[in-house]
Write a protein that binds this ligand. Structure first.
Ligand code: PCA
Length: 347
């Protein structure tokens, strides 16, 4: 199982609260079954980064998501870039006020976030919260933290990113704000998108678990219902998982998890219809680029459909949607086909 470290900052610069800390407090302790470890940091050059790196190593985090407050911004802004410079407008909470010195000597001028910042933006927007990419994390403690974390883990597989959040409603009357609950909702969506990037689902284990789950009965509805729930629960970053079954020339909606979906799909239509017509699994990294895609849930960005066979004939499909573009890697495509094989065996 993967772990994600999420950090936030204490108040600074005379503010009574820091929106990053208040929003991170509202995040759940697990997202899609992945443990979220929270760490609250001093607004201190060097020290914030040291604490973060130490904690990430201690818990063997697969991803590090640092959150800070950018008072004055009106959206949640995942940062793409960190600069190798310290330039303080006000002293940090340790009284340090560096001017123009590098964070790390003989290190690159610029480092890029290793988690997909654009993917995080899409995920936050998908949750209905305003978001935009930012190309400048400033030159204060937030930039210091992002740069140092990226530099420390430059040869590591950890996905690292920084996300700036605006003031929340109660914090300011003259600057842009967002409701605290929206900031937390947006952050949760961003965490989910990073989890999808770091996910290394153990499909061997999942197949064994699904196999024993479906063993007790040969009732088709029972097994499809439990298989849909299992897949939806076991794989992070999904918004829909379920079945369509073939009835003559059309696919009809079967058991699923997610929002209500199209009841009937004609042969050849959409990704499901195409998978049946071609008789093969189709993985679509971006559904908007798929000719004839049927949008059941506007949150869906990527999709995988596996045709299901009995005695050499297709009888239905396993259809899985994600709000994250490019959610399904080659390993997922292969693993999900194995899961579909377990369903075929029990139906
Ligand atoms: N924001 C500051 C540091 C701490 C925080 O929450 C920054 O943007 O650098």
């Amino acid at each position: 199982m993967n772990k994600i470290l999420v950090t936030a900052f204490e108040p600074f610069g005379g503010d009574a609260l820091n929106s990053s800390m208040e929003a991170v407090k509202l995040l759940p302790d697990t997202v899609r079954g992945v443990r979220i470890e929270k760490l609250y940091l001093p607004v201190a050059f060097g020290r914030a980064a040291e604490l973060t790196v130490k904690k990430a190593l201690e818990i063997d985090a697969d991803g590090v998501i640092c959150v800070g407050q950018a008072g004055g911004r009106d959206k949640i802004t995942p940062e793409k870039v960190a600069l190798n410079v310290r330039e303080a407008r006000i002293p940090d909470n340790d009284g340090m006020e560096p001017h123009g010195e590098p964070i790390s000597k003989d290190a690159p001028d610029v480092l890029f976030s290793t988690a997909d910042a654009e993917g995080a933006v899409r995920a936050i927007r998908g949750a209905g919260v305003p978001a935009d990419i930012s190309l400048h994390a400033g030159t204060y403690v937030c930039n210091d933290l992002l740069y140092s974390v990226l530099h420390s883990f430059s040869t590591d597989a950890k996905k690292c990113i920084f996300i700036h959040v605006p003031y929340f409603t109660e914090q300011s009357t003259d600057k842009p704000t967002l409701p605290l609950a929206d900031i937390a909702k947006g952050l949760e969506a961003a965490v989910e998108s990073v989890i999808c990037e770091t996910d290394r689902s153990d499909y061997g284990m999942l197949c064994r678990q699904l196999d024993s789950l479906l063993e007790g009965t040969d009732n088709t509805v029972t097994n499809l219902a439990n298989a849909a729930a299992f897949v939806y629960d076991a794989l992070p970053g999904l918004n829909w998982a379920g079945f369509y079954t073939l009835n003559g020339e059309v696919l009809e909606l079967g058991p699923f998890c997610g929002r209500p979906a199209c009841t009937v799909i004609p042969m050849g239509r959409g990704v499901c219809g195409a998978a049946v017509q071609r008789g093969e699994c189709i993985t679509v990294p971006d559904v908007h680029l798929f000719e004839g895609h049927i949008a059941c849930d506007s949150a869906s960005q990527s999709e995988i459909v596996v045709p299901l066979y009995k005695n050499g004939r297709v009888w239905g499909v396993l259809d899985i949607d994600s709000p994250v573009k490019g959610r399904f890697s080659e390993a997922d495509t292969e693993g999900i086909q194995r899961l579909a094989g377990v369903v075929e065996k029990h139906v």
